[in-house]
Design a protein around this ligand. Structure first.
Ligand SMILES: [Cu+2]
Length: 392
């Protein structure tokens, strides 16, 4: 079967803000697929293999690239500067991280550019999408300096593709995906059976996550996390996204505790006046209360149009402080079959919330835990006027 790169066709949304080139590309890819596997172009969904190429790349990540508090439109105050201001004894807003990036193929020479309307994803890895019945392959290359893996939630995997080393009686190649050494690669294969897709109370798609699980705690705090979205059989567009949703937004609420990152010690030692690693104020300064790796609204504005069917996928990871309550100003959502404007997250929980925004404007989207508000776990989203029929 031909393999496709869904990340390239991700924006297939006819008449809904779709870059035309992407839609044409989607049509070409689907056509090639039909020829390649003889499945034809009928409405019945053919099971597909969706091939992703994801590298873990070492890089500098700036939690506050705007350099000011975008929620107040003022310079950072003393509270914010505890976290974002660099100095002889403080790392500040920019940390070394290891992040998942999508690539075009197994040569890992061309990183997939993130379209403008996906820039808000920040430090999250590429969205992995599939439909029930599909097979997902992820060729993973580790460009970071420590062994890493990709461990998926929800989908079906054999032991060799679990991406997590522990005492489970396995040996040899059965442990191949547990720890990919620096500069090595490994291809994970995950099946997408019914039990990976929506249940009786779900909508047309569900959220899972993937993350490194070789040394789970520092791997995740170093930044190795991403979302998975699985759509019900027969309800997916060519890119795997649900055909009854106009726009999808993914958001990670997490106190990224850089004290627990693989890179903390090197960064601490590089300071002009390195404080002790257990210095309480230093430790607090490294706890980045972020949404998709941005603090104080510093990420790109999340945008949508009034009247669109918007599906929010929110998740958390981390520690006992990672109890978060994402709250939308200005509009409401339906989550778990109930109307609300605030949902609950604990580490490694995932919530899907559907919104049809009826209220245009720029609105706050923030964690409602008081300590997290002041530490910067806030951002904004914009509801633009409705898309006029035929305007695109
Ligand atoms: Cu919170």
């Amino acid at each position: 079967m031909n393999e496709v790169q869904p990340a390239l066709v991700r924006n297939g949304r006819p008449g809904r803000g779709t870059p035309r080139a992407h839609w044409i590309l989607a049509a070409v890819v689907v056509g090639l697929l039909a020829v390649g596997c003889g499945s034809g172009g009928s409405a019945a969904p053919a099971a597909r293999t969706r091939a992703y190429f994801i590298a873990a790349d070492e890089m500098s990540w700036n939690y506050a690239p705007a350099g000011r508090n975008m929620l107040t439109d003022e310079p950072f105050d003393a509270t914010a500067n505890k976290y974002v201001q660099a100095g002889p004894e403080r790392i500040g807003a920019t940390h070394t991280k290891c992040l998942y990036h999508g690539y075009t193929d197994a040569t890992f020479t061309h990183q997939l550019p993130r379209p403008a309307d996906e820039q808000y994803l920040g430090l999250l890895g590429p969205v992995i999408r599939a439909q029930v019945g599909d097979t997902i392959t992820v060729t993973f290359r580790n460009n970071c300096s420590f062994p890493a893996s990709i461990h998926a939630h929800g989908v079906f995997y054999d032991k060799k593709d679990e991406g997590a080393p522990y005492n489970d009686g396995r040996t040899g190649t059965d442990k191949a995906g547990d720890a990919v050494a620096p500069h090595q690669h490994y291809t994970y294969t995950w099946q997408v059976p019914e039990r990976a897709g929506p249940g009786p109370m779900d909508g047309s798609s569900v959220m899972w996550m993937y993350h490194s699980h070789t040394d789970e705690v520092p791997d995740v705090f170093s930044g190795l996390m991403g979302p998975i979205e699985i759509t019900a059989r027969g309800k997916a567009r060519p890119d795997g996204s649900p055909n009854d949703v106009d726009r999808e937004i993914f958001a990670l609420f997490m106190v990224l505790d850089e004290n627990t990152s693989h890179y903390l010690e090197a960064q601490r030692a590089a300071l002009a006046k390195p404080p002790a690693a257990d210095n309480a104020e230093f430790q607090e300064s490294n706890k980045m209360h972020s949404i998709n790796g941005y603090v104080y609204g510093n990420g790109p504005l999340i945008t949508m149009h009034q009247g669109e069917r918007v599906r929010w996928y929110v998740m958390s990871m981390g520690n006992e402080v990672d109890l978060h309550t994402p709250h939308w100003h200005g509009n409401t959502v339906i989550a778990n079959g109930m109307r609300t404007d605030t949902v609950n997250l604990l580490p490694a929980t995932m919530v899907v919330a559907d919104m049809v925004p009826d209220n245009p404007g720029i609105w706050l989207f923030h964690c409602h835990v008081s300590d997290h508000i002041t530490a910067g776990m806030q951002t904004r989203y914009q509801v633009l006027p409705p898309v006029q029929p035929g305007s695109r």
